[in-house]
Design a protein around this ligand. Structure first.
Ligand code: GTP
Ligand code: SPV
Ligand code: MN
Length: 591
């Protein structure tokens, strides 16, 4: 089946352990995909949607206990616990292997074991990395085909390169008590059992392209980040690329395919990626980014013609929906799509509109090939990737964080990224709406100690002469009545225009202790119904609240002890000093 001995031997071992009835090596062909779909329609794993309005579209209903990532069941298993850091759950590798291997024993009896070779990134790019997922879920195979370059070409590259990440996955019995997502960065291996949900089961995505890749990236001198990549073309035809890290369900997909406001005639948006970026230092000293994925696994709720028309259009065909509702005439439906009242909720039961419950699961998703998006950039297929002009961090915060600000230096920008906080969302199991620190939007995804990770970020300054500027945004500020102050979505281009202007040293800004804020009229609000008062609130900062915030950040950093980079400590002290005029005076006197 393969010339690669390591792969052949590993498949044999897994077959012995899991005892599948049949083994299927996936070639990634259209015919193979269609056969899988037919099989899943027969078993009920997929339901056909309205083929007149949505050709090639199907619905998958997950086990109701298995609808989001499970961070409490996710482990990083390094030889030393300090290498995983306080940001990860840790288990000793031998213990973790023993624990999950016991669950994998005989787990595939009566099932097919699919061998899924995949490539993260353009198939011939030197920055791409391959993996093989062994899974007993046809839903996973079908999704992997949309999300990655999967099949024969990937296998050929694995045979050429000789290396690949080993990902073993089984649905097991889907019981939350027998569900584990284990990572072994030192072995370039992943073992996931008991979940069929997205980030837990499509191992190329968060498990490989973030947790394992971030570990490899540190050793090899690059970055694996939870970032969208978007190109902004101005009326002169120049394209500038931005990479932005927002936590799960905080706006990456939307920003990656936004539609410019009508006032922005001649502007075009190019989508390179919506979730993950792999960044390398180019020979020219710039950061270059590839999107390792080939599809979008996007949040359905909130996706509508007003907010994200590009997405709505691409979802009209050849899409796998997970946990959405369906209408009377069997079309997919979710909150924010239309005013129609759906017939069935996400569990397949008749929907009672008076129940006050949501019809689609808040973390319901679509899986679609990236090239179905009208704004998909041809540069997403380029082996080199795209040069990055600006890096943006962001979070979902009702208060405190202004609409946008610019870090004063690379090191300050790393501190801004390291101190990102955001309200939790339905993308992971747990309470929604609780503010937590989510550094670089990587809290659930960094495969090693955050202290070392920040040190790695800081070290880029020694290796790249033309690093991008770093910014922070917050699309989610609310007024006292709980309404968003900023219209968001396509209008976010107004903020990105200021960001790019700053990169070209043109946008007007005012210095503040936390960074450069846009000058009063620096953000173009032409044609926008926003009061000067709201705008004022959005771009100003509350000093006492920020002093409190910095104390909180300092407390958060403490847990990283001796792994915490001194350079970040100096940045923190500097900002705290600038926020506190008395402290500043004291420092001046004692100097
Ligand atoms: P993951 O796939 O989980 O990593 O999420 P994501 O970061 O790609 O988030 P996505 O773009 O799917 O947005 C998540 C939710 O936030 C959706 O319900 C969107 O409608 C909403 N959203 C996105 N952008 C904005 C914005 O600018 N303003 C407001 N108010 N909501 C937004
Ligand atoms: C996220 O949660 O950040 C996602 C979805 O993009 S998942 O693939 O489940 O990680
Ligand atoms: Mn994500």
């Amino acid at each position: 089946m393969t010339k690669n001995r390591a792969l052949a031997e590993w498949v044999n071992e897994v077959v012995e352990l899991t005892q599948p009835d049949t083994i299927q090596w996936c070639d990634g062909s259209e015919q193979e995909y269609q056969t899988l779909i037919e099989e899943m329609l027969t078993t009920g794993e997929l339901v056909e949607l309205n083929q007149q309005t949505h050709p090639g579209c199907y619905l998958h209903r997950s086990d109701p206990t298995d609808v989001a990532r499970t961070e409490h069941l996710t482990y990083v298993c390094t030889a030393k616990s300090e290498d995983a850091g306080p940001n990860n759950q840790w288990m000793a590798p031998e213990e973790a292997h023993a624990k999950v291997d016991a669950l994998f024993e005989g787990a595939m009896r009566g099932r097919t074991l699919y061998v899924v070779p995949y490539c993260m990134g353009p198939i011939d790019s030197p920055f791409s990395r391959c993996g093989v997922e062994l899974t007993d879920s046809p839903y996973v195979v079908a999704n992997m085909r949309k999300m990655t370059r999967m099949g024969s070409e990937a296998l050929a590259r694995i045979e050429r390169d000789g290396s690949f990440v080993k990902g073993l996955h089984s649905l097991g019995d889907l019981h939350p008590e027998r569900r584990f997502i284990m990572h072994f960065p030192e072995e370039l291996a992943i073992k996931s059992i008991g979940s069929g949900y997205g980030g837990n089961a499509l191992l190329g995505k968060k498990c490989h392209a973030l947790r394992i890749a971030s570990w490899q990236a540190r050793q090899e001198g690059w970055l694996a980040e939870h970032m969208l990549i978007v190109g902004i073309e101005n009326p002169q035809g120049e394209v500038r690329y931005i990479a932005a890290a927002f936590p799960s369900a905080c706006g990456k997909t939307n920003m990656a395919m936004l539609i410019p406001p009508t006032q922005f005639e001649g502007y075009k948006i190019w989508t390179v990626g919506d979730d993950i970026a792999w960044l390398h230092v180019g020979h020219d000293g710039q950061l270059w980014a590839i999107n390792p994925e080939a599809g979008f696994f996007g949040v359905a709720p909130g996706t509508g013609v007003e907010t994200n028309p590009n997405a709505v259009e691409m979802l009209n065909r050849d899409t796998i929906f997970t946990n959405v509702a369906v209408t009377e005439d069997n079309q997919p439906w979710w909150e924010g799509l239309s005013n129609e009242i759906p017939k069935l909720d996400w569990t397949g039961k008749p929907y009672d509109a008076t129940s006050g419950k949501k019809a689609a699961h808040p973390n319901s998703r679509f899986t679609v090939a990236a090239n179905q998006c009208r704004s998909y950039s041809s540069m997403a297929e380029a082996d080199t990737g795209v040069p990055i002009s600006a890096i943006i961090f962001g979070g979902r915060r009702k208060s405190l964080a202004p609409l946008v600000y610019e870090a004063k230096s690379w090191a300050h920008g790393v501190m801004v990224g390291a101190s990102v906080a955001s309200e939790t969302t339905a993308a992971a199991v747990g309470k929604v709406g609780v503010v937590r620190r989510d550094p670089m939007a990587m809290k659930p995804f960094c495969g090693y100690n955050f202290g070392d990770y920040w040190g790695h970020w800081l070290s880029l300054e020694q290796r790249a002469a033309k690093l991008p500027k770093i910014f922070h945004v917050n699309w989610f500020r609310q007024n006292e009545a709980g309404h968003f102050l900023w219209p968001g979505f396509g209008e976010n281009l107004r903020v990105l225009q200021w960001v790019l202007a700053r990169c070209e040293e043109t946008g007007d800004a005012i210095e503040s202790p936390i960074g450069w804020l846009p000058d009063k009229n620096a953000i173009n609000t032409e044609g926008l119904a926003i009061s000067p008062n709201a705008m004022e609130q959005l771009v100003s900062i509350d000093i006492p609240a920020w002093q409190q915030e910095m104390q909180d950040i300092a407390g958060f950093f403490e847990q990283f002890n001796d792994r915490f980079p001194q350079q970040l400590k100096r940045e923190l002290d500097r900002v705290m000093g600038e926020l506190s005029p008395t402290a500043k005076k004291k420092a001046a006197n004692s100097a």
